[in-house]
Ligand binder design. Structure first.
Ligand code: ATP
Ligand code: MG
Length: 450
């Protein structure tokens, strides 16, 4: 065991100081921690017991243990075992193996899935499938011992194991101490761990926002220095990661931290450009309002969709391009179509956006100018559009952020409540989106102002 671990440290050029003095774990017995079986998902318990019955080691690990120790409700429960994926499959009928390179077992219980991972050995990158070196097999023996598995994890607080045999918590990396201190500390040398998998920088920010923890100063320093490493992460993996960042209920806080650590700009460069060249606080207000809205919906148990989120995150660059094209004489529909295509084409070089999301997202944008058309049958036609509800919510957000007149939002509210179009003031009725009164005189083009 020791020789394998030492070899690993040599390979990743870890400074000697990062070498743990001992691999004697700290063991917290049942009376020394707050985890009770009553809080553990019944299916996760079933999986743990079943693996044990078949003579395998099985532990609860990761966020599940971390959150339970903090008295929080875990999002999911992950299991780590010494059984290989094939062995796991033989134990469970309701099991599917996923991942091409590093295989994981998913045990299905109705809609619930318990993920079972075989202990990872020292030679394996921990990046998920498709990650940088994602699951890349650096040598044949990709499975390892629990100690090796612990050292491959990202943060010390994520490397705690709950042992179902005696209800103890096993801590190889001083994770409990960090948990008590509210500290996120990477295992090993921060720079090499971030290089190995830059997504860990995003995970640091996500956990900091979610748990209210601080990032260890040494890790923090490395994030400032290496934020550009995010460019090496495949766009498909970033798509998943973005959803975790913004759909976890702490989007506002997460966004603020992402900007603070200069991570946001590497993911949404067009948006960042608009935010940093902020005009009277509007663009940033809009994004924050949208994220507040997402957080509120999650708290209320309402659904949130990735396309609405992306529509909001990318609206500002799209809107600016749209207005520039309008000013250049393009008809409104063409201008929006074109602006959307340009912004999305650039964006997907960083983060992939599957078509099932980019299509409705474009529809939300395309419908925006139509809220200005309040004559005759036009409002009813707009209401009948399958994407009306999302587009309407989006328009309300724009009004809340001060981008469009509240008169317009009020009119639509009344229209929906009353079922028939309220009167439109003469000047407003003649408004076209291209001619709308601007609240930001600075943006007014000199030709139009005259
Ligand atoms: P949550 O599920 O609440 O978002 P989590 O810590 O459980 O948080 P998961 O993505 O479910 O996060 O991963 C489970 C565990 O796998 C982590 O706790 C960590 O130990 C390990 N892990 C996940 N991603 C990485 C990574 N990129 N590098 C190293 N270890 C990782
Ligand atoms: Mg988890």
């Amino acid at each position: 065991m020791w020789s394998r671990v030492k070899k690993y440290f040599k390979k990743s050029n870890m400074p000697a100081k990062a070498l743990p003095q001992r691999l004697q774990p700290r063991i917290l017995s049942r009376s020394e921690h707050v985890i009770s079986r009553a809080y553990i998902n019944e299916y996760a318990l079933k999986v743990l017991y079943r693996l044990r019955e078949h003579g395998y080691q099985a532990y609860l690990v990761g966020g599940g243990v971390r959150d339970l120790l903090l008295g929080r409700e875990p999002k999911d429960f992950d299991v780590a075992t010494d059984a290989t994926p094939e062995q796991v499959r033989r134990v469970f009928r309701n099991c599917r193996l996923i991942g091409r390179r590093f295989r994981l077992a998913h045990i299905h219980f109705g809609a619930e899935i318990i993920e079972v991972a075989t202990f990872r050995g020292a030679g394996v990158e921990h990046g998920e499938e498709g990650g940088p070196g994602g699951g890349m097999l650096l040598r044949d023996n990709c499975y390892g011992t629990i100690e090796e598995d612990a050292l491959r994890r990202d943060f010390t607080v994520n490397a705690l194991y709950y042992n179902i045999d005696n209800f103890s918590v096993i801590d190889y990396a001083d994770g409990v101490r960090d948990l008590e201190a509210g500290r996120l500390r990477l295992l090993g040398d921060p720079e090499s761990r971030f290089r190995e998998d830059p997504v860990r920088m995003l995970r640091a920010v996500r956990f900091a926002a979610k748990l209210g923890f601080f990032i260890d100063p040494e890790c923090e320093q490395q994030i400032y220095q290496h934020s550009a490493l995010l460019h090496e992460v495949p766009p498909a993996r970033l798509f998943d990661e973005i959803l975790k960042l913004f759909m976890g209920g702490m989007a506002v806080e997460t966004f603020a931290k992402m900007r603070h650590y200069h991570l946001f700009g590497h993911l949404f460069p067009d948006t960042e450009k608009c935010l940093s060249r902020e005009e009277q606080g509007f663009p940033i207000t809009f994004v924050v309002r949208a994220l507040e809205n997402t957080d509120r919906r999650i708290e209320q148990g309402l659904s949130v969709t990735p396309f609405f989120l992306y529509a909001a995150l990318l609206w500002e660059p799209t809107r600016r391009r749209y207005e520039a094209l309008l000013a250049a004489g393009e008809p409104s529909e063409v201008a929006m179509e074109e602006a959307a295509s340009e912004v999305l084409a650039r964006q997907i070089q960083r983060i992939s956006i599957p078509r099932r999301f980019s299509l409705p997202l474009r529809e939300i944008w395309a419908l925006q100018p139509r809220f200005y058309q309040r004559r005759g049958k036009q409002p009813e036609r707009l209401i009948g559009h399958p994407r009306f509800r999302a587009a309407y919510d989006f328009m309300l957000l724009r009004a809340t952020a001060g981008e469009i007149e509240s008169e317009l939002a009020d009119w639509w509210r009344q229209m929906l409540e009353g079922g028939e179009p309220p009167p439109v003031s003469q000047s407003a009725a003649e408004e076209r989106p291209t001619r709308k009164k601007r609240r930001r005189p600075r943006r007014r083009k000199p030709a139009r102002a005259s």
